[in-house]
Design a protein around this ligand. Structure first.
Ligand code: CP
Length: 310
């Protein structure tokens, strides 16, 4: 039996491993083995706020019989507040559990942690870097809804420059799921970064870029909406105000539903601020809460593959 050696970035996986993740995720969704992780301890270190990622990882570990220790606000409630480095924190936490789930405020945090950890690290989001487990649950949701991840037109909407979920999603789509087309829809100041565009080009993925959501809506199968990442604009208030103003043109509301295909789906990694109006929630195409729920099963699968093997 082989083991996954942690989850740091989307590009680390082979296509076969991604298929195995989805297959184990289905198993976890339908008949989870209750004692699979008995005796195992998961350490959660969250240097940035989280609802879904932390709680779904904790739920996943508990459902499989494991235990959880950790801090939901490591910046204030760990010795980071006294000046302790990430490296020292990880070295110590390596003795307290069998796996570390880390959310860090700076890009590259998970990789840094991996270099000093004696136990596997899962990247639960590293600044504007990546959020690979989110992208896996996004893809699992698309697969459940369409039965495939091929031949789809996917619009990624919002703050694409600072959103780490869309970055990880692009890496996975490019490497493992050929035959889709991506529409980047964003204000000019928050366009998708060039490194991702180059990666898509390398894998021959068709993509286009616009700030006109209404034009794209009738065409696409998946609308992946994202919020403006306010916390990334701390020293750039005038840019933030401009992005916020232009983002009002990208809100998904009742009028957007009229333009969309009946078979399309609306996704969002959440939290949602104003970019999807609440009166859209009851539409059958709104799948963002189902998407968040799928996070439990994907994370159960990953914990199994890392701690037990597959
Ligand atoms: N999607 C996501 O990462 O949500 P949280 O920030 O609540 O974990």
């Amino acid at each position: 039996m082989k083991k996954l050696n942690g989850v740091i970035r989307a590009q680390q996986f082979s296509t076969k491993t991604v298929e195995e993740i989805f297959s184990i995720t289905e198993w976890m969704e339908n008949s989870p083995p209750a004692d699979l992780l008995k005796g195992k301890v998961m350490v959660t270190l969250f240097y940035e706020p989280s609802t879904r990622t932390r709680l779904s990882f904790e739920s996943a570990m508990n459902r499989l019989g494991g235990r959880v220790i950790g801090t939901e606000n490591a910046k204030d409630f760990s010795s980071k507040a006294k000046g302790e480095s990430l490296e020292d924190m990880v070295r110590v936490a390596s003795d307290y559990g069998h796996i570390i789930v880390l959310r860090y405020h700076k890009k590259g945090g998970a990789k840094r942690a991996q270099n000093f950890s004696r136990i596997p690290i899962i990247n639960a989001g590293d600044g504007v870097g990546q959020h690979p487990t989110q992208a896996l649950l996004d893809l699992y949701t698309i697969k459940k809804r369409f039965g495939k991840i091929k031949g789809l037109k996917i619009a990624m909407v919002g703050d694409l420059a600072n959103g780490r979920t869309v970055r990880s999603l692009c890496y996975f789509l490019a490497k493992h799921f050929p035959g889709n087309k991506i529409f980047f829809v964003s204000p000019k100041k928050t366009r998708m970064k060039n490194d991702i565009k180059r990666y898509l080009d390398r894998y021959g993925v068709k993509w286009t870029e616009t700030d006109n959501l209404a034009q794209v809506l009738p065409e696409v199968d998946v609308i992946y909406q994202t919020r403006v990442q306010k916390e990334r604009f701390k020293d750039k208030q005038s840019v933030y105000k401009q992005v916020e103003r232009e983002s009002r043109e990208l809100i998904i509301n009742k009028e957007s539903l009229i333009l969309m295909k009946e078979s399309a789906i609306i996704m969002h990694p959440l939290p949602r601020i104003t970019e999807i109006s609440y009166d859209v929630d009851d539409d059958k195409r709104a799948v963002y809460f189902e998407q968040a729920r799928n996070g439990i099963f994907v994370r159960m699968a990953l914990l199994k593959m890392i701690l037990v093997g597959y």
